[in-house]
Design a protein around this ligand. Structure first.
Ligand code: COA
Length: 160
């Protein structure tokens, strides 16, 4: 089984939109997501098929925010999400980003970010309209020190 992460190509956009619909995050443009920062998106392919994607938005010289991410329901729990999140965190760390913010609604995804990537909860933000899980009306804002994460990640990689 071949798994590869690559920068998103224009021809991947329809498959990304299909995955966004799966998680009810396809309302673009909308107040919640006026536009997608396509230049900062990557896809993960399994045997050539797009089965997940992720992106981010640069906010300043040292701050960024993750944008959308989803893994196909049929392919969850196989480590693809960890690969995608690690990839985008490495990309942002290389660009000098020190503080990374993620807004998330699903309790299981919030727990996943905290467990695997060292995020902390820093606040709540009311959703402007339905986006993501319909019966959760606010985002939990998570934050991680990306510089520290990148140092720890390099140490773990060197030990392996
Ligand atoms: C959040 C999300 C992207 C995670 O993707 P995923 O591919 O299922 O995540 P992973 O497989 O990498 O990790 C899930 C679990 O499988 C485990 N895992 C990792 N590698 C594995 C492997 N090779 N085989 C089996 N399990 C593995 C992980 O340790 C993790 O365990 P946990 O349940 O203790 O956290 C996915 O659940 C999703 O698309 N959710 C809906 C949309 C969403 O919430 N997006 C985030 C918006 S902010």
């Amino acid at each position: 089984m071949g798994v590869a992460i690559e920068k998103l190509r224009d021809s991947d956009k329809p498959q990304v939109m299909t995955l966004l619909k799966q998680v009810n995050m396809h309302y673009v443009p909308s107040p919640e997501m006026p536009e997608i920062s396509w230049e900062n998106y990557a896809v993960i392919r399994m045997d050539g098929k797009v089965v997940g994607f992720c992106g981010y938005k640069i906010l300043s010289d040292c701050e960024a925010k993750t944008e959308l991410m989803a893994v196909d329901k049929a392919c969850r729990g196989m480590g693809l999400g960890v690969k995608l999140q690690t990839y985008r965190m490495e990309q942002m760390a290389r660009r000098g980003i020190k503080t990374l913010i993620t807004n998330c609604d699903r309790p299981e995804s919030i727990a996943w970010y905290i467990k695997h990537f060292g995020y902390e909860k820093v606040g709540k933000l009311k959703k402007e309209h339905e986006f993501g899980v319909p019966d959760i009306d606010c985002w939990t804002t998570l934050q991680v020190d990306l510089e520290k994460w990148a140092e720890d990640f390099k140490k773990v990689a060197a030990d392996e």
